[in-house]
Design a protein around this ligand. Structure first.
Ligand code: THU
Length: 135
């Protein structure tokens, strides 16, 4: 699965965004190590804190289906390129600090980051001890 294909799946998923409050539509598609893709959109709520971002929707779908090894995530918003918010960076870091993050305003104009570039010295716990940074 190349970046373009994953990006197009994120764009398609954005069509299902439920955004009556912000009107800011986001789509995401996450590729697992075993080649499966899970898509997500943002879903807002009248109780604003109940809102979930597209990236976490996609990751939660994957994890709840037994897939928590991730290679790459593509993200897009109605306005073009967008990078994951701070909460999503932390959420994804738990599972894949080296995750590739792909975004852009068009399938032919994509940028790539690694998650640990976007979340410098991210936080994780292992055996009740903090781990800072990745190898
Ligand atoms: N949002 C996402 O889905 N992903 C991002 O990376 C940025 C923010 C959503 C949350 C909310 O529904 C709307 O965009 C405005 O913050």
């Amino acid at each position: 699965m190349d970046n373009k294909e994953l990006f197009l799946m994120a764009q398609k998923a954005m069509e299902n965004a439920y955004t009556p409050f912000s009107h800011f539509n986001v789509g995401a598609a996450i590729l697992t190590e075993n080649g499966e893709v899970y898509t997500g959109c943002n879903i807002e709520n009248s109780s604003f804190g109940g809102t979930i971002c597209a990236e976490r929707t996609a990751a939660v779908k994957a994890i709840s289906n037994g897939n928590r090894s991730f290679k790459k995530i593509a993200v897009v918003c109605h306005d073009g390129a967008v990078t994951p918010c701070g909460i999503c960076r932390q959420f994804l870091y738990e599972f894949a600090p080296k995750l590739m993050v792909v975004t852009g305003d068009d399938k032919d104009n994509l940028k790539e980051y690694t998650l640990d570039q976007l979340l410098l010295d991210g936080f994780r716990l292992q055996d009740n001890k903090k781990i800072i940074g990745v190898d």
